[in-house]
Design a protein around this ligand. Structure first.
Ligand code: GLN
Length: 453
């Protein structure tokens, strides 16, 4: 069948099913069909690139030329970028078809997708439950077969945690592997784009398109890019798996724990060895993250001032009123909370006590991982503390929502790659196995995910 037929198939599914999930903010049906037509012509002329004509979707944090890019916020509800993010450009160049933009927590701040200005996303496995966040739209859309794959971003777990809660595969690459140019910044030293798809094979194809060296992002690294698909079939013989004892403590649902333990055990049958390790500073990851991420967000979000672009309040009395009201009316509660926390942490009298301290803890966390990688190749554990929880059960208590990120934030603080692989069900809801590897080992993560699946 043609790309036009395939694209139409997904557009029809989105139209029929997405009212129940709310996983898309914008569906670009006409543009998608035009892209599909162009892809069919390229294929007819012999283009055999694997993504040519394949439909996919972008998280609404990636700027798309001529298509609204809201970042889940009222602040950018009227923002139509005049350019594409490098990631979007990479997919366009290969002839992929974009179905539209997926829903997300406002400015990617959240773990439940309930902070979106466009309303919560519902988990396709049980629509009374959250899909996780912040890339919940991408994960839910893939899980509900509304798109074969989607781009996403991960600052403290936003690819891996929704992938876990929606029963799909999500890869957070090494910091610097994927260009952040045109990806709306939340916390610049932690943000990284990556794919969500149904399995490792599809993630490998997505990752091949996303990974690139980009001079326009000064933190993007010029490091050789592996052939991810070629690595999928490598046998796991001799793989050394570390399981941190800190990952199985208080707060982890016991059924999730036994599902994860059984999944890890299965790698033994594929020739891997399992060893208990320690990441002594893991419990400090959430506190350090929730100082560093808000600090960086308070600086990044200062650009939304009602002047340059985005929301502007009505009839401002003067410039100060314009700033104040545009920001008070344009940002949601969670975003405001983070700006306040971040501004406080960076202020003159408190900088050393909070920000500087958090940066020191960050180094200790990274050192824990480096010590562990002296002994083992990869680290395995749960992605999330539980399966998908009920909508509305956490969004009234920010601290308990932050604690949900206990397994994912350390990876970002260290800049390491991590993956969440579907590994079973508890009471009919999916569970994700998280695997963390050393820098630039995306290929290894995809390989072991493929062998497991
Ligand atoms: N849940 C985390 C937060 O709220 C992570 C979000 C993310 O990775 N974008 O900050």
């Amino acid at each position: 069948f043609s790309s036009v037929e395939l694209t139409q198939h997904y557009l029809d599914r989105i139209q029929q099913l997405d009212p129940a999930y709310n996983s898309f903010i914008t569906v670009t049906a006409e543009e998608a069909l035009n892209q599909a037509k162009a892809a069919d012509e390229r294929i007819a002329q012999g283009d055999d690139s694997v993504l040519c004509g394949i439909p996919m979707a972008h998280k609404d944090i990636f700027c798309t030329d001529g298509v609204k890019t809201s970042c889940g916020s009222k602040m950018l509800d009227n923002f139509v970028p005049p350019y594409n993010a490098t990631v979007v450009e990479n997919f366009n160049r290969l002839g992929a078809v974009s179905l539209g933009k997926t829903n997300m927590d406002e400015f990617a701040m959240g773990s439940t997708n309930e902070s979106s200005f466009y309303g919560a996303v519902k988990n396709p496995w049980d629509t009374s439950r959250v899909p996780g966040g912040s890339s919940g739209g991408s994960a839910a859309a893939v899980a509900a077969l509304l798109t074969p794959a989607a781009t996403a971003t991960d600052t403290g777990g936003s690819i891996r945690q929704p992938a876990s809660l929606c029963g799909v595969t999500g890869l957070k690459p090494t910091y610097g592997r994927v260009s952040r140019w045109g990806m709306i910044a939340f916390a610049s030293s932690l943000d990284q784009g990556g794919p969500i798809a149904r399995n490792a094979e599809d993630c490998a194809i997505m990752m091949q398109a996303m990974a690139s060296f980009d001079k326009k992002d000064s933190t993007c690294m010029d490091h050789p890019i592996e052939d991810y698909s070629a690595l999928l079939d490598k046998p796991l013989e001799g793989l050394r798996i570390g399981v941190p004892k800190e990952y199985f403590g208080e707060g982890l649902n016991s059924d999730v724990a036994s599902t994860i333990q059984a999944a890890i055990k299965q790698f033994e049958t594929m020739g891997a060895t399992i060893k208990e390790i320690t990441l002594p500073h893991n419990s400090l990851a959430v506190p350090a993250y929730y100082v560093i991420a808000p600090a960086e967000c308070s600086a990044n979000l200062s650009r939304f001032d009602g002047v340059r672009y985005g929301y502007r309040c009505e009839n401002p009395a003067d410039l100060m009123d314009l700033y104040k009201r545009s920001r008070s009316e344009g940002f949601g509660e969670e975003v405001k909370r983070r700006i306040l926390v971040g501004t406080y942490a960076l202020s003159a009298g408190y900088y050393d006590a909070y920000y500087s301290k958090a940066q020191k803890v960050r180094r200790l966390i990274k050192q824990d991982f480096m010590n562990a990688f002296e002994e083992v190749d990869v680290i395995m554990g749960p992605t999330a503390t539980s399966t998908a929880f009920e909508l509305g059960s956490l969004n009234t208590d920010p601290v308990s929502m932050y604690l949900e990120d206990i397994y994912t934030t350390a990876t970002n603080l260290a800049g390491l790659p991590g993956i969440s692989i579907p590994c079973g069900f508890v009471n009919g809801l999916p569970v994700g196995l998280q695997v963390t590897a050393n820098y630039w080992r995306e290929g290894q993560l995809l390989n072991l995910a493929h062998q497991y699946q």
